[in-house]
Design a protein around this ligand. Structure first.
Ligand code: GLV
Ligand code: MN
Ligand code: MN
Length: 406
């Protein structure tokens, strides 16, 4: 087996972010495209047949020995993850699952496994939603979880639409959307991922089996005021949306902190036009809210919306909230979890607060996850880490799981 650290070593310079540290690999950026080429080469080197589907998902096929037909890939065992990153992200969120899947194929080949059903390694585009705003865009398109028109009209911060970006990368925007043929090919889906919290540190285990993903969503809040001059506008005469935004951010923390198990984050604020000596005319901020109970998530958002309207009105501004994406809490397939437990006895179960393509696919096909220990407990940051031995143990665990499921 190629060690996982060897595989990841080949891409350690791709998409490094000199300003933020770590990696910035948004979908269809040069960095993400380089990673896709790396994946195609590694898959081809292993004798897998690589294709890109109409939603930009990469599939690398290990077919059964029998004759290929239209349906011989239906019900395949599929594993994989994503290669795009958040801005200034770590090296493992996404690529660990892809590299481990390739390493697991090596292990299966070394063991002389002959697949009784096809196996595919997949790479999903825009899992982070860091460029077009909607998390897990590739798996949502595949499963019909987003209206194709809405997806085509998503825009990145430079105003490029997803349709334009898709076309520039060889996809036909008219063909984006639910793909029943591709979906039929997934018999079971297993995603290996770096653990993004400190669950495995506390459990003192190199890997765990995913049990659930807590519900999560993203909302954009636009607070509109009166753009004006920083020197000539008296404090009493202002309608400054930045001041309202500051109140809203504090209210969000207070609201989430008062709700057991809730998490709410404002990680991105954009003043318009954004000048040191300019009172902003508008401030956009993005709110990420998560809770295991979807009804609680909804009520948290309602409460935040109400508080935002109040704070905006107090400053002479107006606030408008729009939903960008929502995923309900997912409990992974019980029978598939049982199969994973049988394949890797002793592996603990672990819930997660992070979103994944496996969570989107779970509503359509039996899906499961494996997490690999992250000794820093930090993710979406350059400090995210995985020890080489744990990465290899994770890849072997994935191979054990795949062998059992094949
Ligand atoms: C993705 O990692 C997310 O949980 O937002
Ligand atoms: Mn992530
Ligand atoms: Mn991820």
């Amino acid at each position: 087996m190629d060690s996982v650290s060897n595989l990841l070593g080949a891409i350690e310079d791709v998409g490094r972010d000199a300003t933020r540290g770590g990696y910035s690999r948004p979908v269809f950026s040069n960095a993400e495209l380089d990673l896709r080429s790396w994946f195609e080469q590694e898959a081809t080197r292993r004798g897998l047949e690589v294709e890109t589907d109409r939603n930009g998902i990469l599939w690398a096929w290990w077919d059964t020995g029998s004759e290929r037909s239209d349906s011989s890939r239906d019900g395949a065992l599929v594993t994989g993850s994503h290669l795009d990153s958040v801005p200034g992200g770590g090296a493992f969120d996404g690529p660990l699952g892809v590299a481990s899947a390739l390493a697991a194929v090596d292990v299966l080949k070394q063991r002389g496994v002959q697949p009784q059903r096809a196996l595919a390694v997949t790479v999903f585009p825009e899992e982070e939603g860091s460029r077009f705003g909607v998390a897990c865009l590739g798996s949502r398109l595949l499963t019909g979880g987003i209206d194709p028109d809405a997806a085509r009209n998503l825009r990145d911060p430079d105003g490029v639409s997803f349709a334009e970006a898709a076309r520039a990368n060889g996809l036909d925007p008219a063909h984006l959307g639910k793909d029943d043929d591709a979906l039929r090919r997934i018999g079971d889906f297993v995603e290996l991922h770096v653990e993004q919290g400190r669950g495995l540190i506390d459990l003192d285990s190199p890997f765990a089996i995913g049990t659930s993903v807590i519900g999560h969503g993203r909302w954009k809040l636009s607070i509109t005021g009166q753009g004006n001059h920083a020197g000539t506008t008296l404090m009493a005469d202002r309608a400054d949306p930045m001041v309202a935004a500051a109140q809203v951010i504090l209210a969000i923390r207070k609201t989430a902190a008062a709700t057991p198990e809730a998490r709410a984050t404002v990680g991105r604020v954009q003043p318009i036009p954004g000048g040191t000596n300019v009172i902003a005319s508008r401030v956009d901020l993005w709110i990420d809210v998560r809770h295991p109970d979807d009804a609680v998530t909804a009520s948290l958002v309602e409460s935040i919306h109400g508080q935002a309207q109040k704070a905006a009105a107090f400053e002479g501004c107006a606030a408008a909230l729009t939903r960008e994406s929502v995923s309900g809490t997912v409990n992974f397939d019980g029978e598939l979890q049982r199969q994973l437990q049988l394949a890797i006895p002793g592996a603990p179960g672990l819930p997660t607060g992070a979103g994944h393509d496996a969570g989107i696919l779970a509503a359509h096909v039996p899906s499961a996850m494996l997490y690999v220990r992250n000794p820093t407990g930090i993710s979406h940051s350059p400090e995210e880490h995985v020890e080489d031995d744990d990465a290899d143990a994770g890849a072997v665990a994935l191979a054990d799981v795949l062998e059992r499921l094949l």
